[in-house]
Design a protein around this ligand. Sequence first.
Ligand SMILES: C[S@@+](CC[C@H](N)C(=O)[O-])C[C@H]1O[C@@H](n2cnc3c(N)ncnc32)[C@H](O)[C@@H]1O
Length: 277
Amino acid sequence: MSDTFEKIEDIEIRLLLEALYVRYHYDFRNYAMASVKRRLRQAREQLGFATISALQEAVLHDPAMLPRLLGYLTVQVSEMFRDPQYFRSIRDKVVPHLRTYPSLKIWIAGCSCGEELYSFVILFREEGLEDRTIFYATDINQDALQIAETGVYDLDRIQIFTENHRKSGGKTSLSDYYSTGYGRASFDKTLRRHVVFSDHSLVTDAVFGEMNLISCRNVMIYFDRPLQDRAIGLFKDSLARKGFLGLGSKESLRFSKHGPSFTDFVREEKIYQRSGR
Ligand SMILES: C[S@@+](CC[C@H](N)C(=O)[O-])C[C@H]1O[C@@H](n2cnc3c(N)ncnc32)[C@H](O)[C@@H]1O
């Protein structure tokens, strides 16, 4: 790829991100640029456009193109009980604190297709906390949220979900929660009894409740540093006193200006607790 082509492509990418924001209020302007670039190149090629400008024109004039492009710009990789040690720490160390509250609000931010949400609901059911809890499951990707709301996954993913559940200290069998058919596993609708699904962006939206625990894993890795700070500020303002924040294994509060508002709770698992400051 020539230097000139790359420079022009950089301009086109900036303009496309601006267009997405002005037209649809999706704001990717402060996402980590290397990954945005890679994904837009892939979208351009696979959707059959000669240039990013042509892709921009299509998405501006055809709203049906938006979800297709969002499919490239957001990453939906997930698993139930992903990083089982994280869920073991939630179970063994965080749950004893949560047990002392008569009612709980839990926010799974960037819930993708629901894998992380169902992990929390199952864990809370096993620990006898489900009935006193409201779970908020949010994401910017509507297609992913829709899958989360149906709770149906390919059967070939169940083996890893089951292993993870066991390693996380699961007290029941995962098969208690789903039925199978047509190569799919459908998770029980009773698991959604206490769940509110909602479109919410960590970039453009605000606080919507006072949470006891926020789990936001593998979302901020796609943001640049100032945007990470914006999201962490949102979590800080959304957490009740002594509320918990869990991040992904590659994420941390170490470089955030909001770091002093939190203390390490389970350092290895990136679980923090909101302090008074
Ligand atoms: C890699 S998935 C993480 C799924 C799950 N949290 C996990 O750790 O397995 C990242 C999710 O973040 C969502 N996302 C990206 N930007 C977001 C934003 N600004 N606000 C909320 N969610 C966002 C994506 O749509 C995607 O579903």
